[in-house]
Design a protein around this ligand. Structure first.
Ligand SMILES: Nc1nc2c(c(=O)[nH]1)N[C@H]1C(S)=C(S)[C@@H](COP(=O)(O)O)O[C@H]1N2
Ligand SMILES: [Mo]
Length: 519
């Protein structure tokens, strides 16, 4: 009966699908374990390496000639396809006996484990654990899927058509869940593996000594006062702003920076090219436009890199180019006036506080532009610099309600005493930081309880592009008090007390703390 044939075929097809899904779960879970276990090794990759080892030289050369650098991905895809074929076979076997198919799946895992054990960089227990974990997950998936698979031909004739339909739907849902689990586990495992690789490469990197080092920070630029923000922000403490859900893991050996658009000579720089160019070191305070008055989205670092101008001069900026638009590997973009890019100061930064850029701060390269908020300038995981116009394209945040241009507004902050402090009467330190990158800080004043503005003592200036510490010795009297601060920049402009929200171009207003002085 042709109808029965068709149903028998459908049942076989479902078993094959179940076998493929279960094998995918096994591979996915083994990839996940390989990623998170120290000394873990992708079994799929290990099999790939073993294949390369046994393939005759002429075949390997032919593959490279034919596929170029795609030879490895093609090999991995091949291994995955073969795995899926094996999975389909195991699924068909599972119709006879799930136990036999499970043994088959376990043997398949043993193959991967054997390949990975041959790799001296991997830890045996991690390899075995990921193999066992993958096999167990795959067997569990196969058992569940075979149980959910619509009934075989004979009994199906006894079930009502509606019921059979529901069984099929349930089965397909389970297959979809298995596929999703497999995909998510594999992706997570690969992500952890690549971040470990990038971290490994980064940790052995040594940046060249800068041709133009920053002068040592004058000791008088940093006041020894508990609670006051340090002059340089530790990399671990530096604020972070990211639009990407997961931090890009960029392999510097694969990375390059493209300079294109309205330039005479478009070109591409590798990480090695950048390391070979004369390096400059400079101290620059980076601030986020979203920093509220008194907020912490600001940090100061000693950056090392190649002056943006050097790169632009090499490319030859065409007349008519008004915007320097930078792109990140994660799709983020930021743009600022070309005129600013040609000034002294902006860097394609490779180093931060004496080490290669931390991954979260843009490794291997980012832009740092003194005087501009990060959202228009400080592209991390930089991938391209394009000379263009402001009309042609707007940076990531501009259509989202932020101003096209983003110069950093002068801000000042009270760090000591923190708001809501309870203090003893008598001599008390009031201290903080103030910044107006490119303009510098000329004066800082405080006001107690809305009284007259009084000048504070400024620490020595590190650089006009960085924040400046300040302090004041206060004779505290019992009672509640308000302390306000305001700064004046190098152009003589004093911070307005008018409050403005962070959008569209940065907050304004004076930072104020409330304290209680109790005898
Ligand atoms: N690729 C990328 N670069 C980016 C961002 C981002 O989300 N993605 N945020 C920008 C913003 S808004 C700021 S304030 C700075 C923050 O840099 P940090 O995270 O190193 O402190 O990075 C800028 N560069
Ligand atoms: Mo920002």
């Amino acid at each position: 009966m042709p109808d029965a044939d068709a149903r028998a075929f459908a049942a076989r097809r479902e078993s094959a699908v179940a076998g493929i899904a279960a094998t995918a779960v096994a591979l996915g879970i083994s990839e996940l374990l390989a990623g998170i276990l120290p000394g873990g090794r992708s079994l799929v990759e290990a099999v790939g390496d073993s294949v390369i080892d046994v393939v005759p030289g002429w075949l390997e050369r032919a593959a490279i000639a034919l596929l170029g650098t795609a030879d490895k991905p093609v090999l991995i895809v091949g291994i995955l396809l073969v795995s899926m074929l094996v999975g389909a076979g195991l699924g068909l076997l599972a119709r006879r006996s799930v136990a036999l198919a499970s043994i088959g799946l376990a043997l398949f895992a043993v193959l991967g484990v054997a390949a990975a054990l041959g790799d001296e960089r991997s830890a045996a227990w991690a390899v075995v654990t990921s193999g066992v974990g993958g096999a167990v997950a795959g067997i569990a998936a196969l058992t569940l899927l075979m149980r959910a698979a619509p009934a075989p031909v004979k009994s199906r004739q006894e079930t009502a058509p509606g019921e059979a339909g529901a069984g099929r739907r349930g089965f397909l849902q389970l297959v979809a869940v298995a596929a999703a689990v497999a995909g998510a586990a594999a992706a997570a495992g690969r992500w952890v593996t690549s971040s470990q690789r990038v971290e490994e490469l980064r940790s052995v990197l040594r940046l060249p000594t800068p041709a133009t080092p920053a002068p040592p920070a004058p000791p008088e630029a940093e006041l020894a006062l508990a609670g006051l923000t340090p002059l340089f922000t530790d990399n671990d403490e530096f604020f972070r702003i990211d639009t990407a859900l997961s931090i890009p893991q960029v392999d510097p050996e694969q990375w390059s920076l493209e300079i294109s658009g309205m330039v005479e000579r478009p070109f591409t720089l590798t990480y090695e090219d950048l390391l070979a160019m004369p390096q400059v070191e400079s101290d620059i305070t980076l601030a986020c436009v979203s920093n509220e008055v008194g907020g912490n989205l600001v940090g100061n670092a000693r950056w090392q890199g190649v002056p943006l101008r050097t790169i632009l001069e090499q490319a030859g900026v065409q007349e008519g180019a008004t915007q320097l638009l930078s792109r990140s590997v994660d799709g983020f973009t930021a743009g600022f006036p070309v005129a600013l890019a040609m000034e002294d100061g902006p860097l394609v930064a490779l180093g931060m506080n004496g080490e290669p850029l931390p991954t979260v701060h843009g490794f291997p390269a980012r832009l740092v532009v003194p005087g501009l908020y990060g959202y228009v300038s400080a592209t991390k995981w930089l991938s391209a610099i394009e000379l263009t116009t402001f009309e042609a394209e707007a940076g990531y945040w501009i259509p989202r309600g932020w101003s096209r241009e983003g110069p950093i507004k002068t801000q000042s902050r009270i760090d000591v005493p923190p708001t809501a402090s309870v203090l003893k009467p008598g001599r008390q330190a009031i201290a903080g930081v103030a910044w107006a990158p490119t303009r510098g800080i000329e004066a800082v004043e405080i006001s107690i309880d809305e009284g007259p503005w009084q000048e504070v003592t400024l620490a020595a200036s590190l650089d006009v592009d960085t924040w400046r510490q300040w302090f004041y010795e206060w004779d505290a009297t019992p009672g509640p008090h308000w302390i306000s601060v305001r700064a004046s920049d190098g152009l003589g402009e004093t911070q307005t007390d008018e409050r403005a929200p962070v959008a569209p171009d940065g907050a304004t207003g004076h930072h104020r703390v409330q304290v209680r002085v109790v005898d």
